[in-house]
Design a protein around this ligand. Structure first.
Ligand SMILES: [Zn+2]
Length: 431
């Protein structure tokens, strides 16, 4: 069995003090010392991650220790690196194939590069986009020959993202790996998808960490995934697809933004457009409404009989969610409290002597039509129902004689009206 980017751990490490200090720093990230191979200008870790001995120019700082910390990588499937590619970069990741990759013959990896780009772009509900560029200076990721750097058993390697929010800047292809084995396009595609995964921040899914206290297992993924393309072992895999957990990991690192549009109320049924809804659910719908996926981003909410209540339509992608609170049937007034005001500022009552009696609702909704009426102490309606405007300067009833009354209010809606709810109110002489 051969290893993916590949393990070639037999080589001894040179004993120079500087090397040992640098390797100590790498071990602190949780890598096994035996998994680190010293090359001329790099350390090769787990047969896959290339860590340059000299801090790259695009890193803010020159200290090797700081640089290693910025890579802070971890363990368990589906694992991610400590740093993520920024949304600005990931929305348009430009890939340049260097001239060090031949333009013909078995060493031409260009078809596989395009296949790998397509494979990444075909994953749904992600915010990244990969594309080829003809310009080396525009490139986020350069695909280039390893120039003899990698051991024969190492097929390719990649840089990881760092604290600057950039992708790993290079993927190195070992053109004469495995004694010049002639890789098929499908094998090359698999290898490149694996390496691009590293450049985007995915770690090996099968290599547990040693001492890192932080747990970067990506939420929603298992601790073991034999189908992951991020396995460190490559045994002549051809490209099929990402595993479903690989896709979960990509959605976690690069979630598309979900949106919901549609009515704020359902009388009998309403259709909603949900864009980027990887998981779409209806909360609090039990017994009052049902959700149907119509396909093509369309979802239908159906009211159960004449039930009233509030539901939440939720669209989830990785750590992102869109929520829409929807009234089923007539808008509900049960939780509302009320405060009566008057223009004489005597508070808590209304004035028979003055105009300018108003009221405020703590759950006032400007999209809802309210209706109010006034009852005397015997329950007789003394002011007929009329449209009122809570939290405004409108005086609902005009002149009303001194005495105790019941102020009743309800919501009017095309689905039907809510029940009346009543509050005691006294009209007084405010002079
Ligand atoms: Zn790898």
């Amino acid at each position: 069995m051969l290893s993916s980017c590949n393990k070639d751990f037999e080589k001894g490490l040179s004993e120079t003090a500087n090397t040992n200090l640098q390797i100590d720093e790498i071990v602190k990230l949780g890598f096994q010392r035996e998994s680190i191979v010293e090359l001329k200008k790099y350390y090769l870790v787990e047969g896959c991650y290339l860590i340059p001995k000299v801090v790259p120019k695009d890193f803010k700082g020159s200290d090797f220790k700081d640089y290693i910390k910025s890579l802070a990588i971890d363990k368990k499937a589906q694992y991610r690196t400590d740093y993520s590619v920024s949304p600005t970069v990931s929305s348009s990741i430009k890939i340049w194939v260097s001239g060090t990759i031949p333009t013909g013959g078995t060493d031409d990896w260009r078809t596989a590069v395009q296949n790998a780009i397509n494979a990444y772009n075909n994953v749904q509900y992600v915010s990244y986009h990969l594309e080829l560029t003809n310009s080396s200076s525009m490139a986020n990721i350069i695909i280039q020959s390893d120039n003899g750097t990698l051991p024969d058993g190492t097929l390719a390697s990649a840089y990881l993202p760092n604290a600057n929010g950039n992708t790993g800047s290079s993927v190195f292809v070992n053109l004469d790996a495995m004694s010049n084995y002639p890789f098929s396009d499908s094998e090359k595609t698999y290898i490149l998808c694996h390496e691009l995964g590293h450049a985007l921040g995915l770690r090996h899914s099968d290599i547990p960490g040693v001492s890192n206290p932080l747990n970067y297992l990506i939420p929603g993924t298992p601790t073991s995934d034999p189908n992951s393309i991020m396995h460190s072992i490559w045994s002549f895999h051809t490209w099929n697809d990402f595993s479903s957990d690989d896709k979960t990991a990509l959605r976690y690192l690069f979630p598309a933004t979900p949106t919901i549009t549609g009515s704020g109320a359902v009388c009998s049924e309403e259709t909603y457009t949900v864009v980027n809804g990887h998981t779409v659910i209806l909360e609090n719908g039990n017994g009052i409404a049902t959700l149907t996926n119509l396909g093509g981003n369309q979802y239908k909410i159906t009211r159960v009989g004449s039930a009233n209540g509030k539901v939440t339509l939720k669209a989830i992608v990785g750590p992102k969610a869109a929520n829409k609170i929807i009234d089923i049937g007539a808008p509900d007034l049960q939780l509302t409290t009320i405060e009566f005001k008057n223009s004489a500022n005597t508070g808590g009552s209304w004035c028979s002597s003055h105009m300018g009696n108003t009221f405020e609702f703590n759950e006032f909704d400007a999209n809802i039509v309210y209706e109010a009426r006034l009852l005397d102490m015997f329950g007789n309606v003394v002011k007929l129902p009329r449209t009122v405007y809570p939290n405004s300067t409108q005086d609902p009833f005009g002149y009303v004689p001194i005495g105790w009354y019941t102020f009743e209010i309800k919501t009017k809606h095309s689905c039907g009206d809510s029940d009346w709810i009543g509050y005691e109110i006294e009209y007084v002489n405010c002079n």
